[in-house]
Design a protein around this ligand. Structure first.
Ligand SMILES: [Fe+2]
Length: 405
């Protein structure tokens, strides 16, 4: 089980020296960190994803990046009764292969909830990184990581190992690396550098923490599966880019259109690109960043929203709804604009009724609300059909769930 209590996270923050030092916890998890079944489900779901989804898969065979092998992975997922290891043997035979899958949270709600709960006490102490959390799998028997010894500047990785093979992770402090490598370039002959680094043997059920800023390479000569949960930090520049892009994607905006050439017979100040011409750009930017932050918080830091689930509004009367813990929906009050509800990193308009904020506050406190009561409470200004349609959108987005009686 992917479980760690507050005491562990306190200890982790101190022994990693505020996330700056690597840490290895042998035998940390009781049993598998997550079920292999969840992994297999992710692979099956990945092949159903549209190309523009948040999930990315890279396939390496015999050390190279191969488009045809990628095609095979995407068109021939594990069969319902086939284990990941058998599936890999069927696809790749004796060849050495590696599959790196990022954004797994977008296709597995079970995994999303497990990771969110796992990190909950850590976030309560430390907060959510601006770049969010990526949930990734490393699968294969590829030997050394196909992309060689490299450094990730802003990504800290918690590595939960499923095995069955042991993975060796070698790390180099940048100064030591530069001294022996002669530069800070990536290295594709990792063996030459091993004597100068520190190598950890990561076995099934181990937890390993790889901080940003260390050169590193993994080595898994025997088949293994690893879950990698990454914390991603951002600079102000990166935040601004992401927040603005997200705002543009959420509403059609002049910001997405190509700029007309600059002409010196036009006033120097003539630039109007804000989404709403009446809103000063500073206000618009601040609002974009607020929406970005609330969106990320609403998905407990996870970068990708879950897939929408189908929810029939007509099936809701007679049921009760509660929030999906530990996720929280966030109301974004916007000056001069109707409020917006951030639900699992999606933006959903708020039903126009003065009692909606207090209903949301009750849900946020953990109360389950009977749909019939909500319909009654909002009657007059909103029809029953409007209310159930709105609630169904919150269920579909993964913010609310139907309570079993
Ligand atoms: Fe890396």
């Amino acid at each position: 089980m992917l479980v760690a209590d507050t005491r562990f996270w306190e200890e982790f923050v101190s022994s990693s020296q505020e996330l700056r030092q690597p840490c290895h916890y042998p035998g940390f998890f009781a049993g598998e960190p997550v079920s292999i079944h969840d992994f297999e489900e992710v692979f099956r779901a990945a092949t159903r994803q549209p190309a523009d989804s948040g999930l990315t898969i890279r396939v390496y065979v015999d050390g190279g990046h191969r488009a045809d092998d990628y095609e095979r992975v995407m068109t021939d997922p594990p069969r319902p009764d086939e284990s990941l290891e058998d599936w890999a043997a069927r696809l790749f035979g004796e060849r050495k292969f590696g599959i790196v899958l990022n954004g797994a949270e977008s296709v597995s709600e079970s995994l999303s909830r497990q990771v969110a709960r796992f990190l909950d006490p850590f976030f309560a102490r430390r907060g959510v990184p601006y770049g969010g959390i990526d949930v990734a799998f490393f699968v294969g028997n590829y030997g050394f990581t196909p992309f060689g010894i490299h450094v990730d500047d802003r990504t800290h990785v918690l590595h939960a190992h499923l095995g069955p093979g042991t993975k060796e992770m070698s790390l180099w402090d940048p100064a030591v690396y530069q001294k022996h490598r002669g530069s800070l370039a990536d290295c594709y002959e990792p063996e030459t550098m091993l004597p100068f680094g520190q190598t950890f043997a990561i076995r099934p059920q181990d937890l390993f923490y790889l901080p940003a800023g260390y050169f590193h390479v993994g080595n898994t000569p025997r088949f293994s599966v690893a879950l990698a949960v990454s914390f991603i930090e951002l600079s102000n520049k990166e935040l601004l880019e992401l927040a603005v892009l997200e705002e543009i994607n959420a509403q059609s905006s002049q910001l997405g259109t190509r700029l007309a050439p600059i002409r010196d017979d036009r006033p120097a100040a003539a630039w109007s690109a804000a989404a709403d011409a009446d809103v000063p750009l500073a206000t618009w930017l601040r609002r974009s960043v607020v929406a970005y932050r609330l969106g990320l918080l609403s998905n407990h830091g996870l970068r990708q929203s879950p897939e929408l689930v189908s929810c029939d509004p007509a099936a809701l009367p007679g049921t009760s709804l509660a929030t999906v813990k530990p996720f929280r929906m966030h109301l974004h009050e916007r000056e001069g604009q109707p409020p917006m509800l951030l639900v699992r990193r999606r933006r959903i308009p708020v039903l126009a009724h003065p009692r909606v904020p207090s209903l949301l506050a009750r849900l946020d406190e953990g109360e389950a609300l009977a749909v019939d009561d909500v319909v009654r409470e909002l009657s007059g200004e909103c029809s029953g059909a409007d209310v159930t349609a709105w609630l169904a959108r919150l269920v579909a987005a993964g913010g609310l769930e139907i309570q079993s009686p």
